[in-house]
Design a protein around this ligand. Structure first.
Ligand code: PLP
Length: 398
């Protein structure tokens, strides 16, 4: 059977399975269209998407402002590289820098989270003249060679073998473990400020402050991998500079996921000091800074601001926490803003599956007791009610 003869779930699934590598375990649905927090499938079902299209749909699915900007740009020019100037790129960089913590004054655009992290580490090496990088157990930074070598989580480093040399592992939240490794070979300390895949783990605000001090004392570049936490997800534009970070701003922030609302784009936000050491041809990528992606970036940031999504995240997070408190089986709610982990006493795989059967999409994590929520930033309280009521029914039926 081919796609030409069928559009049924079974036909589409069989075709994908036949012609693509089986690298992801898929949900048994065919995504057809989306609107805000809702995903509509080919057989007419409607799912509440609390996983936000893999943390990408920050503005919600198909936000009209973003869609319009992409359409308009597509009519004008799809792409030209950094070999030419572009008003669309100028606007995106200016807008992104305008919402960044004041010390981060320069942007470098690429195409994904892993690429942003590779470039951030490379900039740190160029800036310091050193080679090694400290990252943390439980952190995830991507799947290309350097980023996967920086990923001390589960099997990832193993599948990335041979690893890039010079990556060392410290314990998240434990400053002594970092201090013991932070000698004059270390170019950068890189961390997910909230470790998402590890089960949504945060450190005390003082940990980020101590990391900043250590980096300042020892001439090390501090990198926040904000691929998940950036672009409003925590209720601030960035984790950097927020009270959860004790106001700490790193030397480089890396971004991707929600930055283009679904158009692939990554970025590094960099201090003037680090940027000054980066010369022509030191970094590059054909597609980085392309017009379609840049139009999506500007429109995404505008949509978040115009719709007061940061305020919404803060208000709805508080409501979600309060309502989840009503469910006895919820041990605690971890995380910040709309990067939340609902922790149960036992393995939550059956709850995750049952939620999907009730047409609510959530995420798992490497901690089997934790269900992850990464919803669009426009999620409303009424949709929280749907989640909590459904979850209540599921857990009360065992
Ligand atoms: C924190 C973090 N960093 C980096 C990456 C890699 O991003 P990408 O898949 O766009 O390469 C991810 C992806 O899940 C991520 O969650």
């Amino acid at each position: 059977m081919t796609l030409e003869t069928t559009v049924s779930f079974a036909g589409i699934a069989a075709s994908e399975d036949r012609f693509q590598l089986a690298t992801y375990r898929k949900m048994p649905i065919v995504a057809e269209r989306g609107s805000g927090v809702w995903l509509f499938t080919s057989n007419g079902d409607k799912y509440l998407d609390l996983y936000g299209g893999h943390a990408v749909a920050g503005t919600g699915h198909c936000h009209p402002h973003v869609v319009r900007a992409i359409h308009e740009q597509a009519d004008k020019l799809l792409f030209y590289s950094n070999l030419v100037y572009s008003e669309t790129r100028a606007r995106a960089a200016e807008k992104l820098v305008s919402i960044a913590p004041p010390d981060l004054t320069k942007a470098f655009f690429c195409n994904s989270g892993t690429e942003a992290n590779e470039n951030a580490m490379r900039m740190a090496r160029m800036y310091t003249g050193r080679e090694s990088v400290i990252t943390f157990s439980g952190g995830f930074h991507g799947r290309t060679a350097d980023a996967i070598s920086a990923t001390f989580l589960g099997k990832y480093r193993e599948i990335g073998k041979p690893n890039v040399p010079g990556h060392v592992e410290a314990e998240f939240g434990n400053i002594e473990s970092v201090s013991a490794l932070a000698d004059d070979t270390i170019a950068a300390i890189m961390l997910e400020p909230i470790q998402s895949m590890a089960g949504v783990r945060m450190a005390e605000p003082s940990f980020y402050r101590e990391l900043r001090q250590l980096c300042d004392e020892r001439g090390i570049v501090l990198i926040y991998d904000e691929v998940q936490t950036g672009v409003g997800r925590t209720g601030n534009w960035f984790f950097a500079g927020s009270s959860a970070s004790d106001g700490v701003v790193p030397d480089i922030i890396t971004l991707a996921k929600a930055l283009g609302s679904g158009v692939p784009v990554g970025a590094c936000l960099v201090t003037e000091e680090v940027a000054a050491r980066i010369k022509e041809n030191d970094l590059g990528t054909t597609f980085g800074g392309g017009m379609l992606a840049m139009a999506a970036v500007t429109a995404t940031l505008e949509a978040v601001a115009n719709d007061n999504m940061l305020k919404n995240v803060n208000a709805v997070e508080a409501y979600l926490r309060a309502r989840l408190n009503e469910i006895e089986q919820v041990v605690r709610v971890r995380g910040l803003g709309f990067l939340l982990g609902i922790e149960f006493a036992e393995n939550a795989a059956t709850i995750h599956k049952a939620l999907l059967e009730h047409k609510i999409i959530t995420g798992t994590s490497s901690d089997p007791r934790v269900i992850r929520l990464l919803p669009p930033l426009c999620l409303k309280m009424s949709e929280i009610d749907l989640l909590v009521e459904t979850l209540g029914q599921i857990v009360s039926h065992g």
